[in-house]
Design a protein around this ligand. Structure first.
Ligand code: WQD
Length: 349
């Protein structure tokens, strides 16, 4: 007995204090959706919730609950009439996942199973899941269609792949479920307000947040991992997608839950690949000066090229990445220069 005006008023449960989650909550609230946010605050801060409120002018209900905490989850499902779940929760540092694989398997996989069990117990069967282009391993086809064979090169990637399998098995066994597997390419940029962006703890693992810290003087230079790949300048190719476009992809997937599609994979990417040197040039332009870098050997586990074929999401979700790389770089710089210490530091915004 779910409400029929699903698209707007049915309550959505979501992670929401991290990088992609917070941007998604803003897009959902601005679309008029009813949202409740939970987060274990492992890689997020309460300040993110205040920023969401500042941008949207709405207070979003929030509870600090971990998806491994069955009782805590049960209470949330009892308190709120949840309609659908967007599941962002997970550990996500590729290098770390090889050092502490059990933590990754426990948090990501056991956490997901616990969440699915609680959903089932409350008859909530619409799930939008944060998967990753990492499930393609080193793909034989570029741009990558969803039909490309999957593989994984590290424990983090395997957790995403296993969760996809679990959801596929669940949808086969219980056809009333919908599981949207959103395979993200490389999120970049920040909210155009300058109030929200990626706020990594410690040394950033990823290219754009690292470059942003070079730009504000927190890091001396960027290390470019390898210039002997098969690309125009020898550096690795990725499909960088503005985080606001990525966030809107979740809204599109949620709306798709009107229909029964079972378990379905969608690439969220632009279809356009950029090299590391192109990204340095684009971000340097946004900052207004050349950012220093040094070439070093390849990073273990990196693949040469991850560029999406987003045709399926364009057609089936009626969604398309619209914001340019220049916009992503400008928004990232706006965010980083206003908040050089991230969410917990003093802000000029
Ligand atoms: C991009 C490019 C690097 C840092 C990983 C995960 C993926 C997703 C996002 C999320 C590559 C190069 C990077 C640096 C560099 N997971 N690079 N110097 O590796 O494509 O994706 O993060 O939560 O699942 O695999 O992203 O930003 O680390 O790297 O030269 O200091 O930049 O070699 O070519 P990646 P990235």
């Amino acid at each position: 007995n779910k409400p029929t005006n699903y698209g707007d008023t049915g309550r959505k449960l979501t992670g929401g204090a991290g990088y992609i989650g917070s941007h998604t909550v803003v897009e959902l609230v601005q679309d008029g959706q009813n949202v409740v946010v939970i987060d274990n605050m492992h890689n997020a801060s309460f300040e993110a919730m205040r920023r969401i409120e500042k941008i949207t002018g709405k207070k979003v209900p929030f509870a600090p609950v971990d998806i491994l905490d069955k009782e805590g989850l049960n209470k949330i499902f009892e308190k709120f009439d949840i309609w659908a779940v967007i599941h962002f929760a997970g550990l996500k540092a590729v290098g770390e996942s090889s050092k502490i694989p059990l933590d990754y398997y426990h948090n990501n996989i056991s956490g997901t199973i616990t969440l699915l069990e609680v959903m089932k117990a409350h008859n909530v069967k619409d799930m939008v899941f944060s998967s990753s282009a990492t499930v393609y391993g080193d793909p034989p086809i570029i741009p990558i269609p969803e039909t490309c064979p999957t593989g994984s090169v590290n424990p983090y990637g395997r957790t995403k792949l296993f969760i996809e399998h679990i959801m596929r098995d669940l949808c086969t066994a219980e056809p009333e479920w919908n599981c949207a597997l959103l395979r993200y390419f490389n999120p970049a940029g920040a909210h155009p307000s300058g109030l929200m962006g990626e706020d990594p703890r410690g040394v950033p693992n990823n290219l754009m947040p690292y470059l942003a810290q070079v730009a504000v003087g927190k890091r001396e230079y960027l290390t470019v991992f390898g210039n002997d790949y098969k690309s125009k300048d020898g550096t690795g190719i990725r499909d960088y997608i503005h985080v606001v476009d990525l966030a809107r992809g979740h809204l599109a997937a949620l709306k798709k839950c009107h229909e029964r599609f079972g378990c379905r994979e969608w690439n969220l990417g632009t279809g356009h690949g950029s090299t590391v040197l192109e990204m340095i040039a684009a971000f340097s332009k946004a900052v207004g000066r050349e950012l220093p870098y040094k070439i070093a050997p390849r990073r273990a586990g990196d693949v040469p090229n991850l560029t999406a074929d987003p045709t399926r999401a364009n057609k089936e979700l009626n969604w398309k990445a619209e914001l340019s790389l220049e916009q992503a770089c400008a928004d990232l710089w706006h965010w980083q220069s206003n908040n050089p210490e991230g969410l917990l530091g003093p802000t000029a915004a």
